[in-house]
Design a protein around this ligand. Structure first.
Ligand SMILES: Cc1cc2nc3c(=O)[nH]c(=O)nc-3n(C[C@H](O)[C@H](O)[C@H](O)COP(=O)(O)OP(=O)(O)OC[C@H]3O[C@@H](n4cnc5c(N)ncnc54)[C@H](O)[C@@H]3O)c2cc1C
Length: 326
């Protein structure tokens, strides 16, 4: 581990000031410390933000939910409002990491976590994300767990967060506070596709702090859920996953929100699947037909061709589970 200095921010203003000077925020520390131990990350200054007042879940004026960036994954998953209005978020969180990690890890840190690509985490391998211009060892390497959607010549790493897939499906917004004030960005614009700059992963300016994630109000009733397919049943990242939310009234699907994980360089929203569902009556044939377009545009690599079919089946199964639930 490289030497670093550590300071605990006593207030948001002082955190922002330290961030502006180049300090790196640390919340639960469950992933940043690992990366520092492996020397993948070498921040000179850590700014501990865990004492800031960003740990509440509140109902917004328009009836949505605002989850503070420092709410832990366990607290968010267990929160009554989250569980009852957006089970897809609770389930995505509960299927993440382990209970011990979820007790420490925060929501802000979760959406900011970096890829689990083994070449990114191995400092002896080339990686454009870690060292721009050095190359991508995964492209020709063992790329079974890598992305099939949103990839570029320079990077094929997946985004690992499960909660981010639920947030993408629900068209959430990320609230930010920086030296120039507060702003919010749609979740879809917050995490960046790699293109030719895979080292740039979020639409964050220097020193900006995530303050909350806001889920907009959805029409009621809304049925939702998250399905995660992985090599083992716990403590493992997704090979594929599907976040689905459906508003069904009078026997017809009026609104559909669908996104996939484990397959994209960012959480992958599925607008073609959503369009195929809206205005239709739930049926076995509909789930299969809608899921058929889930992998449109996929560019599989040598070892992950199986993800194309697995993605369609994951989406189809989750549409059925949510669409036919009571
Ligand atoms: C063994 C293991 C298994 C895991 N499995 C899963 C899984 O299955 N699914 C899943 O989704 N995740 C998984 N994770 C990841 C886990 O969810 C993250 O480690 C955790 O959410 C990070 O939160 P944290 O508060 O500890 O972040 P930290 O480690 O403190 O920070 C992570 C990053 O976020 C930045 N950051 C933190 N908070 C803010 C903020 N408010 N504003 C701006 N930047 C901020 C930090 O600067 C840092 O870059 C796993 C982790 C481990 C170690």
């Amino acid at each position: 581990m490289h030497p670093f200095s550590f300071t605990k921010a006593p207030s948001t203003r002082e955190a922002l000031e330290a961030g502006r000077r180049g300090g790196r925020y640390i919340a639960g520390g469950t992933t940043l410390v690992d990366l520092m131990r492996e020397t993948v990350e070498r921040p000179e200054t850590l700014v501990d933000i865990s004492g800031l007042p960003l740990d509440e879940v509140t109902v917004t004026e328009r009836g949505g939910l605002r989850i503070g960036a420092l709410v832990t994954m366990s607290e968010a998953a267990a929160h009554r409002k989250v569980r009852t209005t957006y089970p897809v978020v609770s389930q995505a969180l509960e299927l993440s990491a382990s209970a011990q990690l979820r007790n420490m890890a925060t929501l802000g840190g979760n959406i900011m976590q970096r890829t689990r690509c083994t070449y990114f985490r191995d400092v002896t391998a080339v990686c454009n994300k870690r060292e721009p211009g050095s190359g991508c060892a995964a492209r020709e390497g063992y790329n079974r767990t890598h992305a099939i959607l949103g990839t570029s010549e320079d990077c094929v790493a997946t985004h690992p967060s499960d909660a981010a897939v639920a947030f993408a499906a629900l068209d959430a917004r990320v609230h930010l506070l920086g030296p120039d004030g507060a702003r919010s960005v749609p979740f879809a614009d917050f995490l960046l596709r790699p293109g030719s700059t895979p080292n740039r992963e979020q639409a964050l300016s220097k020193g900006e702090l995530i303050t909350a994630v806001e889920i907009p109000a959805c029409p009621r009733p809304l049925k939702s859920g998250y399905l995660k397919v992985r090599d083992r049943q716990s403590y493992e990242f997704a090979l594929t996953s599907a976040a689905v939310a459906l508003h069904i009234r009078g026997g017809v699907i009026r609104e559909a929100k669908v996104a996939a994980g484990g397959v994209g360089t960012v959480p992958w929203k599925l607008p073609a699947v959503e369009r195929a569902l809206i205005g239709e009556r739930p049926s076995e044939r509909l789930w299969a037909r809608a899921a058929e377009s889930a992998a449109d545009g996929a560019r599989p690599l040598e070892h992950n061709r199986f993800k194309v079919e697995l993605l369609k089946r994951t989406v189809e199964r989750q549409l059925r589970i949510v669409g036919e639930s009571k």
